[in-house]
Design a binder for this molecule. Structure first.
Ligand SMILES: C[S@@+](CC[C@H](N)C(=O)[O-])C[C@H]1O[C@@H](n2cnc3c(N)ncnc32)[C@H](O)[C@@H]1O
Length: 243
């Protein structure tokens, strides 16, 4: 099934969702000795030094791929158009929660990967994120369901999980990326590149509260412990399952 979501919300993706070099390094390490890689739910973080094939359902996302990027096949994770064991590694980065049938997509990754499956995902963090704690708790409610670890356990069986700390100047504008740059959430372009906002209705009243709190200093007082931090663990994880 092809999803139209990123045909709508993906328009400014390449501008706001630039790969972060520290996260890219962690993904490179996770891929290990894989020479050929299928990137399911394509976008950023495609290694240049490996033989990459991208799989992406959204024409808008495919159109934003730089000219030098690897070939992209328009397809869904649920039905990868490749024979068994076609690639050393299958990777899926911040995409699994969008799949209509997560278990089917994970089974497909296991089927086409000879050596390992690498997934960049999220789990409910021990440290609450101020944006979802104080302004948009409805995002957290949805994400708790969508990012359930159950499908990973059911399909991958045993896997390693590594913490991916989010740097204060993260260049990939996903939900928690602007944890120390709160004014960025007032930027409509930044919000448009974060799928969690696409599910919300009119957010103008809540954004007005955030703006007021930034202007009068109450955000800074409430989040004073963040101000001297350089990175935070907000639940982003790299999952590595060896075949
Ligand atoms: C948040 S973006 C992440 C893109 C990329 N992995 C990255 O890290 O920049 C989510 C991606 O998942 C893709 N996606 C949505 N449904 C999908 C499906 N059923 N199969 C494969 N990819 C899907 C979207 O089109 C979008 O490109």
């Amino acid at each position: 099934m092809l999803t139209p979501l990123y045909d709508t919300i993906g328009k400014g993706y390449a501008h706001y969702r630039r790969p972060d070099r520290r996260i890219a390094a962690a993904i490179e390490t996770a891929l290990g000795d894989a020479t050929s890689v299928v990137n399911v739910g394509a976008g950023s973080y495609e290694p240049r030094e490996r033989d990459v094939t991208a799989v992406e359902p959204s024409a808008t996302m495919i159109a934003q791929r730089p000219p030098e990027a690897a070939r992209a096949v328009q397809a869904s994770a649920s039905s990868l158009p490749f024979p068994d064991k076609s690639f050393d590694a299958a990777m899926a980065l911040l995409t699994v929660h969008h799949w209509p049938d997560i278990r089917a997509g994970l089974r497909e990754m296991v089927r086409v990967a000879r050596k390992r499956v690498v997934i960049f995902t999220w789990e409910v963090p021990k440290t609450p994120f101020w944006l979802t704690r104080d302004y948009f708790p409805e995002i957290l409610g949805y994400d708790r369901r969508q990012f359930s670890p159950a499908p990973l356990r059911d399909v991958l069986g045993r896997f390693e999980t590594g913490v991916v700390p989010i740097p204060h100047d993260c260049s990939d504008g996903f939900l928690c990326a602007y944890w120390k740059r709160p004014g960025m959430y007032l930027d409509p372009g930044a919000r448009a590149a974060i799928s969690s906002f696409a599910r919300l209705g009119d957010v103008s009243a809540t954004l007005a509260c955030l703006k007021r709190d930034l202007d009068d200093g109450s955000w800074a007082r409430r989040n004073a412990e963040l101000l001297d931090r350089h990175e935070m663990d907000y639940g982003y994880r790299l999952v590595i399952a060896e075949s």
